[in-house]
Ligand binder design. Structure first.
Ligand code: FAD
Ligand code: UDP
Length: 400
């Protein structure tokens, strides 16, 4: 890779076979595969001063490796994604565990066998666990909203407890809405688990942390002689879409364009901005070796922030008498302000608005929206990699 802090005066977009907007997973995976398999000369235009998108990590002033855009834990069920990622980094055997602070008692989330005993006491907890297992089977994931529909009094008791103590206040902080007012798929990400696996992503066969961090993983992925990365470069300076055609410097462009930024911004938000929730992340370095027992503690009944992450607990970095933690304070996203668009708000009117923007790029054979922003999706990293692998498969097939 050749990495440039900005485009030079002789930058010629027409000298590339493909232009990629954004250097997160979506852009970097496609760039690497086009370079590897089609010998394409690829330019990545990245508006931030660094690569790796929201997965970017760096060492803070205290020497602690932190995740600048929020805690990122790699996990997947997808073998192809895992094999692709491991080409560029070893993955540690870190297994993410999260505890909910319920009025001072720490309980595993997703709520599982151990959590039931902590919440209801040894005997009653065991009884309720058996009821869950008899109803849903062992080692199953049951969305709490589904459990709430049960007619059974015991199951309702569990559902009510989890609703009130795990989901209600946290979700109100995170989304400004109650759990039953948001897309059920969102709270369904954290189901009740009818077993003993106390990991945040129960049963996921591949999980861990890139051993030298995410930025190093991206450096390796982009380390290819045919890939040029230009930082601090807003691609909209060069690329536009008008009347169903991609223009580069206002001229027709026949190469491939992979666009991983927001679709509304490509059109100056002329139909209105797509709404997002954002986060104010407050980092704090403390003079102690360890602050909390696990990577993340969710504050589900108290506090204004949703969760605290302690990075050393996730990365495995060993440093005495110093640690950095981060609190997440949810807030609305305002375009052009200091916040970033983190979570799409998946409500019908927003999805309609998104579809109107999408209609403007559909059918343009050399313009490919890819990733969490242009697809307006709540995507985990592995899902973005899977989708970028598929997109590159189709481009490779079309040009081979
Ligand atoms: P991004 O990483 O956002 O990359 C898009 C890039 O495009 C950015 O670098 C942006 O600067 C650039 N760009 C946009 N517009 C332009 C433009 N006009 N010109 C030039 N560049 C442009 N996933 C997990 O699997 N595990 C986790 O633990 C996890 N934790 C998360 C925690 C938080 C707080 C959040 C918000 C997300 C988390 N995710 C997690 C999801 C993960 O961040 C995303 O799935 C992933 O980063 C998406 O990659 P992407 O390439 O689609 O987008
Ligand atoms: N959630 C909750 N309490 C928790 C954990 C999650 O209410 O202890 C809800 C909340 O609405 C959150 C959603 O479940 O937005 C998804 O949680 P996840 O941890 O997957 O969110 P992310 O890590 O993507 O922010």
């Amino acid at each position: 890779m050749s990495l440039h802090t900005q485009v030079s005066s002789d930058f010629d977009p027409f000298s590339y076979d493909a232009l990629v907007v954004g250097s997160g997973y979506a852009g970097s995976v496609v760039a690497r595969r086009l370079a590897d398999e089609l010998n394409y000369h690829v330019a990545i235009l990245e508006m931030r001063p660094h690569i790796a998108g929201n997965a970017y990590d760096e060492y803070d002033e205290a020497g602690v490796l932190i995740h600048v855009y929020g805690p990122h834990i790699y996990h997947t069920f997808n073998e192809r994604v895992d094999a692709f990622i491991r080409r560029f980094s070893d993955i540690s055997d870190y297994q993410h565990r999260v505890l909910a602070d319920v009025y001072g008692t720490l309980m595993p989330v997703p709520f599982n066998h151990a959590s039931l005993k902590l919440a209801f006491g040894e005997d009653r907890g065991e009884e309720l666990f058996q009821k869950l297992v008899d109803t849903f089977g062992r080692d199953q994931k049951v969305p709490n909203l589904k459990l709430r529909e049960s007619e059974d009094k015991d199951l309702q008791e569990v559902a009510d407890y989890v609703y009130k103590n795990v989901f209600l206040y946290y979700t109100q902080k995170q989304w400004g809405k109650k759990p039953d007012e948001i897309d059920p798929a969102i709270t369904g990400r954290v189901p009740i688990f009818t077993g003993d696996d106390d990991r945040y992503f129960p049963q996921a066969p591949f999980q861990g942390m890139p051993t030298n961090g995410y930025t190093a993983l991206f450096e390796a992925m982009l380390d290819h002689p045919a890939i040029d990365v230009f930082l601090n470069t807003d691609a909209r300076r060069y690329i536009s879409v008008k009347d169903g055609e991609v223009l580069v410097e206002n001229k027709p462009y026949s190469g491939e364009v992979i666009y991983t930024g927001p679709l509304d911004e490509l059109f100056d938000c002329d139909l209105g901005p797509l709404p997002y929730r954002s986060l104010d992340m407050k980092f704090e370095t403390l003079s102690m070796t360890q602050f909390q027992p696990v990577g993340t503690v969710n504050y589900t009944t108290t506090e204004d922030f949703t969760r605290i992450t302690e990075f050393k607990n996730m990365t495995g970095q060993v440093l005495d008498d110093v640690t950095t933690i981060m609190r997440e304070y949810p807030l609305e996203y305002t375009r052009g302000g200091a916040t970033d668009p983190y979570y799409p708000i998946l409500e019908p009117e927003n999805i309609d608005l998104y579809n109107q923007y999408k209609a403007r790029v559909e059918g343009i054979s050399n313009f490919h929206p890819a990733g969490r922003l242009p697809e307006y999706r709540y995507y985990d990293m592995d899902a973005v990699v899977a989708s970028a692998l598929e997109l590159s498969d189709s481009l490779i097939a079309a040009h081979s």
